[in-house]
Design a protein around this ligand. Structure first.
Ligand code: RIB
Length: 294
């Protein structure tokens, strides 16, 4: 059965500069490359889930501008249902990204993403109710996140909360999530004591730690040793792959190992979406590395 995944989140055009170092305050440096890539944590998670084989719907907001057209078309070409992406009278979201040695720093200008309102989510109840799993991140207004969480709760649909970028969240939104997937720095903002949080949210809190792999209450999954070209979108790939496996009924440890492999494959390419793998690619990568994909 193909799992139905609905992503509620952002779409951004990524404006990416690659350079040998990061400029200090007041400094001008010469970079190596400038590229534009489709991105946004929501759109990235939608593309990753679709490539892995899920039936994906995207709920989001773009501007009535060329970036909005392109961001929507990119998703449509991936087979994602885009009819729930609205158009706002402001510019589409953009992310200004600096890549140095494969690692990124990102400034997001939310634009139309911040016009995704609780009322708009209210008009999408039936899409949410038909989903096996919903993915939510924090590049949209927090009241919209709360409305999305409430819709999921009312429809009895599990949601994965990817609290990125980190912001203080209501206890309700955290507690109602089926899974919470911060990276290390996001976890430090959300929880005073991470070891305590791992116990309190056993089988629910999954922390991605980059080169140190993944930590959850059941243990640790080590990272693959891969030379990164660009880590932008690795977390999004992880979340999408996790959603696909959990929605298909896999246990958490299996889903973590699969998602870890998907994210390792993704970082070998520039931009967030180009390196997102198919299910076959993840499975053969796991086998090549001596892992049983199950
Ligand atoms: O997670 C990576 C994404 O974060 C980028 O594509 C960028 O748009 C920012 O939203």
């Amino acid at each position: 059965m193909v799992p139905k995944i609905t992503v509620i989140g952002s779409l951004n055009m990524d404006l990416t500069a690659t350079s040998a170092k990061r400029p200090a305050a007041g400094e001008t440096i010469l970079g190596e490359r400038f590229e534009t890539f489709p991105g946004g944590k929501g759109a990235n998670q939608a593309v990753a889930a679709a490539r892995l084989g899920a039936d994906v719907a995207m709920i989001g907001m773009v501007g009535r501008d060329p970036f909005g057209d392109e961001l929507t078309q990119v998703l449509r070409r991936e087979g994602i249902r885009t009819e729930h992406i609205g158009r706002a009278g402001t510019s589409s979201g953009v992310a200004v990204i600096q890549v140095v040695d494969g690692d990124n720093s990102i400034t997001v200008i939310p634009g139309a993403n911040f016009q995704l309102t609780p009322d708009y989510i209210g008009t999408k109840r039936s899409v949410i109710a038909e989903s096996d799993m919903v993915l939510i991140q924090l590049e949209i207004p927090l009241e919209t996140v709360a409305a999305a969480a409430k819709c999921c709760q009312e429809a009895d649909v599990p949601y994965i909360l990817n609290p990125a970028p980190a912001q203080p969240l209501s206890r309700e939104v955290i507690d109602q999530a089926a899974y919470i997937t911060p990276n290390e720095s996001e976890a430090a903002i959300l929880f005073d004591d991470i070891q305590k949080a791992l116990k309190e949210y056993a089988d629910k809190l999954v922390i991605t730690k980059g080169e140190e792999g993944i930590v959850y209450s059941g243990g640790r999954v080590p990272a693959f040793s891969v030379e990164p070209v660009d880590t932008t979108g690795a977390g999004d790939t992880f979340n999408a792959a996790l959603a696909l496996k959990l929605a298909s009924g896999s246990p958490l440890d299996e889903a973590c190992r699969y998602a870890n492999a998907a994210a390792a494959l993704q970082i070998g390419f520039p931009g967030a979406q180009a390196g997102m793998p198919t299910n076959d690619e993840v499975i053969s990568f796991m086998r090549q590395n001596g892992q049983n994909p199950l």
